[in-house]
Write a protein that binds this ligand. Sequence first.
Ligand code: PLP
Length: 396
Amino acid sequence: MAEILRKEVFCLPEGLIYLDGNSLGPMPQDIPDTLNGMLTREWGQLLIKGWNAAGWMDQPARVGDMVGRLIGAPHGSVVMGDTLSIKVYQAVAAGLKMNQDRRVILSDTGNFPTDLYMVEGLIKTLDQGFELRTVAPEDVADAITDDIAVVLLTQVDYRTGRVHDMNAITRAAQARGAVMIWDLAHSAGAIPVDLAASKAEMAVGCTYKYLNGGPGAPAFIYVRPDLAETIQPALSGWLGHAAPFDFTLNYHPGAGIERMRVGTPPVMQMTALEAAMRVWDDVDMQDLRTASIALQEQFIADVEARVPNLTLASPRDVERRGSQVSFRFEQGYAAMQALIHMDVIGDFRAPDIMRFGFTPLYVDAGDVTTAVDRIAKVMDEKLWDDPKYRARNRVT
Ligand SMILES: *Cc1c(COP(=O)(O)O)cnc(C)c1O
């Protein structure tokens, strides 16, 4: 197994144990220089010539291929842009067009709220009697009935880390004639994914979590190659047009995955992401998974041995878990604040989840040991029981 740990690649403050790469990955050390070069040499000197000469226009597809390698997507099937919320809207809208005589979008109650909110908004906009149906995650397979147009699921549950069986659910959806869309927000860069093998129609995801693209980094969308020439993009922006610089009055979708682009890409963010993706060039996702499992198993065993008042909220079977471990504790918010004060960063998800992400590129066994020491101290000494840790910040 090739070495996965590469702490020196990332900017991590001395002494900080960062178990929150599942929310916002740390910055690769070379990002400031890369961005500075883009600003001074490209924007500064080339100005508008940068679109061609510096490859800005090709960047969404070029970076899409880098992301695609990590999620089993063939060359030319992934494109970057917008935010994940927008990509969810775009994918579901396209999925409904593929299944015009059906009216139900199926998702689960564990899904990240924005995915459900975007579907609600789309339904209101369409105003054609569409319905969002949500069921418990474990009931999804049974809920795929003949009236389902689109199944929209996030593969790894953001709260508990529970993983859906991508191949089995996709097969079940397609057997009933439904279009399958996977949200890979907590999968890309976290666990091995083989989109091509799953045969799912579409997938979407973000890049500021495990892929370390930085706050606001662009999202991605995948369309199965055999569908890419017929799929109808709902957000028909000019950069998804077949010939944007012909400036014709009517929209004609571009070739293949390019049609899923919308407007001008965020070139600075895309440049940071492209540099962050180079960190993955020699990372084998199976090796990463092996390392992640070792860290998670160590963490669970140590916490359960030393901190009995935390209750495991994640599946105990590692095969059913992504790259995070969550524990329930009634005063979870205050406890996490106390822990952050001790330089162990995880996060809190309402109502009572303390969530810890394991990212083997920059977290090792020694970090896990130290983190558990500090969690035990917060609990044993009830350090959470302090009013200053109870006031909620705007971002939790
Ligand atoms: C993080 C996350 C999002 C965030 O969407 P943005 O538009 O990037 O803010 C959406 N969906 C899921 C499942 C997520 O985990």
